[in-house]
Design a protein. Structure first.
Length: 318
């Protein structure tokens, strides 16, 4: 079954990355200035789906001291959502049970879909130069309509919400500033998912602050089929590409973001110190590559990453 899943934020959201609150000046412990990312990571969507499927199937025990799967339900849970934690560096396809494929997350408004894409159409590329481009112009935070229509800028879609205050206890360096976001003008987040089970609309939480979202689910077989009119390779999702792009394409306009995940397991009994994996750098959705090499395409086409929505891209017929 293929579903279109929309996520409508009911409060300001915080989608985190590496940056977390910590002691001033301590790079490893965190920062007193934290700013949300615009989109949740694909791994967050996978985790959200696992949780909502377990909840809807009655496999997740939820009490004040935490959430867990009872021993007698583990076999059914493993069959439903798998027992592996997603590994960005895994080369073989991991098993996530009934979750077969997740599309890149995108924006939806009035049934029209929008993806992030560098505004290379306004400044045509020729022989290594963007015609009439001015470095003071922001061409990266640009969103184009997959189904036809006007483009939007980031400030047209996302509203920032700033919060300042003191951490509880009033210890030294306890001041903090946090920037979260809301979506403007009837925009929602959306993605497609292929499942071997039913999925129902539900209230879910997502992000570093466990912000509330209304998850609406409808059956929909529509592909995310944006085609670049110039035939340029455009990332529909964040992508891990472990080769030098300078040597493997003629031209590129990119942005990077960092990715880390927690390695320790939760326990309702034993207190764990959560460790983070090594930092990986991803090329951000919307990045454009011109004339990528065969080696570039091999590095990009990684089945395990693509099954949960990373390393997805589009090209054209040119």
């Amino acid at each position: 079954m293929r579903y279109l899943v929309t996520l409508n934020p009911l409060e300001p959201f915080m989608f985190g990355g590496d940056q977390t609150f910590g002691t001033l000046g301590d790079k490893d412990a965190g920062s007193y200035l934290v700013k949300s990312r615009m989109f949740p990571q694909q791994t967050a969507l996978l985790g959200m789906l696992k949780k909502v499927l377990m909840t809807q199937e009655g496999l997740l025990t939820r009490k004040r001291r935490g959430e867990w799967v009872d021993k007698q339900k583990r076999e059914s849970t493993n069959s439903l959502v798998g027992q592996e934690k997603f590994n960005m560096l895994e080369t073989k396809v991991q098993n996530f049970g009934a979750i077969k494929n997740i599309s890149p997350i995108f924006l939806l408004k009035n049934k029209k879909r929008y993806i992030k894409k560098v505004d290379i159409d306004t400044y045509p590329y020729s022989d290594g130069i963007l015609k009439d481009f001015n470095g003071k112009i922001d061409i990266y935070d640009n969103f184009v309509a997959v189904d036809g229509g006007k483009n939007y800028k980031q400030e047209d879609i996302f509203k920032s919400v700033e919060q300042t205050g003191n951490k509880k206890g009033g210890e030294e360096n306890s001041l903090f500033k946090k920037t979260t976001y809301l979506l403007k003008d009837k925009f929602t987040f959306a993605f497609y998912v292929d499942l071997d089970c039913d999925l129902e609309s539900d209230m879910v939480t997502l992000g570093a602050d466990r912000s509330a979202f209304m998850m609406t689910v409808v059956e929909d077989k529509t592909p995310l089929d944006y085609v670049d009119k110039e035939g340029y390779l455009t990332l529909l999702s964040d992508a891990y590409i472990n080769i030098d792009i300078k040597e493997n394409c003629d031209f590129a306009i990119t942005s990077e973001l960092s990715h880390r995940n927690l390695k320790s397991k939760k326990s309702a009994i034993v207190k764990h110190t959560f460790e983070k994996s090594n930092t990986l750098y991803l090329y951000e959705k919307g990045s454009v590559f011109i004339n990528p090499s065969e080696s570039f395409m091999v590095a990009l086409n990684q089945d395990n990453l693509q099954q949960i929505g990373y390393n997805k891209y589009t090209t054209g017929d040119k």
